[in-house]
Design a protein around this ligand. Structure first.
Ligand code: PEP
Ligand code: MN
Length: 345
């Protein structure tokens, strides 16, 4: 490992770095005369990097040597994560679609059938909704899980649904095929640890205010517990002009993540756009940047949606996105996974 130390450190700060190095089993050696570059020869465990970064004397870890973190690609091929009929990564693209929230059985089944006929292999829908106001619709909770299960039995679609509280991981895990960790929960480390203890795929959404490094370290919490089935989801970060789009879709981050990690990356154009009329364009941009899938809010009557109606698209628009996905997948030799033959219109 190679550390850059801050210039003009007091002796105690240098000693703190050397002490930690010694305790972790490294042999330290200053590389330059100014004693700002410190090479550490030793074990190189993934968790050591963050321990050195925590010291106030260390300005940067320049090179990790063999101390690889679990999310790093490190020469590995793309990981493919299977969720029922859906596959994310490893050359496969899949579409997750459905309402923002589970509302009632008939509506959920109607939407599920509509998106499945148009190319979706997984159904999304929140039984628990993280809302800005405690007075807004909070979701149907356990009753919502039951409806999701019934619709899975009816259609065969995989179920992706959000878990908000570590105490609900067991119950949600019994119903869902994939946990969704929402943007607001990205730094709920107790929740990340709890889903990390399961062996069920996790769709981890990036917080709207997280750097890419913070996003990857949130994934690291899950991986560190032994759950390797992590799919990253870019859903837009806070921009400076929310009068146009609700968030700013960070396509640069998508392209970067595809290089930096072997984990699949999914784009959610719905929460990035905040408006239905821009969802298709952002979905195209996400796939062009290398995303392994899309998660899209679809409703058969957006004006009736209990939450996020403004960004919900009709099944007809979803069909156009599925067709785009098929074309874009073909550009670089990937395939769009669909449960059945795509029907347009
Ligand atoms: C959602 O997917 O409905 C949701 C709440 O998304 P986010 O956590 O990205 O805001
Ligand atoms: Mn939503």
């Amino acid at each position: 490992m190679l550390l850059r130390l801050r210039p003009s450190l007091i002796r105690a700060q240098v000693e703190a770095v050397l002490d930690l190095a010694q305790r972790l089993g490294y042999t330290p050696r200053f590389v330059d005369e100014r004693r700002t570059l410190l090479e550490l020869l030793g074990p190189g465990a993934p968790e050591h990097r963050a321990q050195f970064e925590d010291l106030c004397g260390v300005s940067q870890v320049l090179e990790v040597g063999t101390a690889r973190e679990l999310h790093e690609r490190n020469g590995r091929p793309d990981l493919a994560v299977d969720v029922g009929p859906a596959r994310f990564g490893g050359g496969a693209i899949s579409l997750v679609a459905g309402p923002c929230a589970v509302e009632d059985y008939d509506r959920l089944l109607e939407i599920a059938r509509a998106v499945q006929a148009r190319g979706a292999t997984a159904l999304r829908g929140g039984a628990w909704k993280p809302r800005t106001s405690p007075y807004s619709f909070q979701g149907m909770k356990h009753a919502g899980l039951e409806l999701l299960e019934r619709v899975r039995t009816e259609t065969g679609l995989a179920i992706v649904t959000e878990v908000l509280d570590p105490r609900d991981v067991e119950a949600v895990g019994e119903s869902a095929d994939m946990f969704q960790i929402g943007a607001r929960s990205m730094t709920n480390f107790a929740l990340l640890t709890e889903v990390g203890k399961t062996r069920k795929p996790v769709l981890l959404k990036r917080s709207y205010s997280a750097t890419v490094r913070e996003f990857l370290l949130a994934a690291e919490y899950i991986l560190a517990e032994g759950n390797e089935q992590v799919v990253l989801c870019e859903r837009g970060v806070r921009g400076f002009d929310s009068s146009i789009t609700r968030n700013l879709l960070d396509v640069g981050a998508v392209a970067h993540l595809k290089r930096a990690t072997h984990l699949p990356v999914v784009v959610d154009p719905s929460h990035a756009a905040g408006r239905g009329d821009l969802v298709r364009a952002l979905a195209r941009a996400g796939l062009a940047a290398g995303a392994d899938g899309l998660m899209i809010e679809v409703h058969t009557d957006p004006s009736e949606a209990h939450s996020d109606g403004a960004q919900a698209i009709l099944p007809e628009t979803f069909a156009e996105i599925a067709r785009d996905a098929q074309v874009l997948a073909g550009l670089d030799g990937r395939t769009l996974r669909t449960g059945r033959v795509l029907k347009y219109g």
